[in-house]
Design a protein. Structure first.
Length: 201
């Protein structure tokens, strides 16, 4: 039985913060693999903020190619429409019925999980791995789990340390200044962005 991390997002674009998050969770949770899942149209963002799903999928594939245990799934892109985590986890469980899923989430998302669509299904399909924003977050996350999520059936692993925070917005706004963002994004992803003239007015 494999332990599989799940990281969803717009990945607009994918950056080194995402990769470091996956590496950190893989080590701390002893995961066998991590799957990155770019969204088609997330419920909380408007279409005009996103480059096409094909570009975002391609960038994810470029970013993970050097990591043997990382992969990218187009399950949400193929489904089209709005992306809901409970649907994605249900679909992944059909593909990988013997895997134990760890749904990796930041603190802000963790603190709203009970308001997501069909949260009980999320909790049934995956263990929630919560990554703090800073070193003082753990108590808040633990309290939210004990008082709100645990009574709903959630199984949770709260990690100890925050991971490098990188802003996709900052990368998009400075796409013509490589020296400013070169430590934040894979060189091959950057070259793909330039080649395809992404994030320019």
């Amino acid at each position: 039985m494999s332990k599989t991390g799940i990281i969803g997002g717009t990945f607009n674009p994918i950056h080194n913060g995402h990769i470091l998050l996956a590496l950190y969770c893989k080590e701390k949770l002893n995961l066998d693999s991590v799957i990155f899942i770019p969204t088609y149209t997330p419920p909380h963002k408007s279409d005009k903020e996103l480059v096409s799903e094909i570009h975002r999928l391609n960038m994810c594939n470029i970013a993970v190619q050097r990591y043997d245990d990382f992969s990218v799934s187009d399950i949400e892109i193929k489904r089209k429409g709005k992306s809901y985590t409970y649907e994605t986890l249900t679909g992944l469980k059909e593909i990988y019925p013997d895997d134990t899923f760890y749904f990796i989430t930041g603190a802000d998302m963790f603190l709203t999980l009970e308001k997501w669509k069909n949260p009980e299904i999320i909790f049934e399909k995956a263990i929630i791995a919560a990554v703090p924003r800073n070193s003082s977050d753990s108590e808040v996350l633990s309290s939210h789990y004990q008082t709100i999520l645990k009574p709903m059936g959630a199984k949770v692993s709260i990690l100890d340390e925050p991971v490098l925070s990188v802003s996709s917005t900052f990368i998009r706004e400075n796409i013509d200044n490589y020296d400013l963002i070169k430590s934040l994004i894979d060189r091959n992803v950057y070259e793909y962005i330039v080649k395809n003239n992404l994030y320019r007015e």
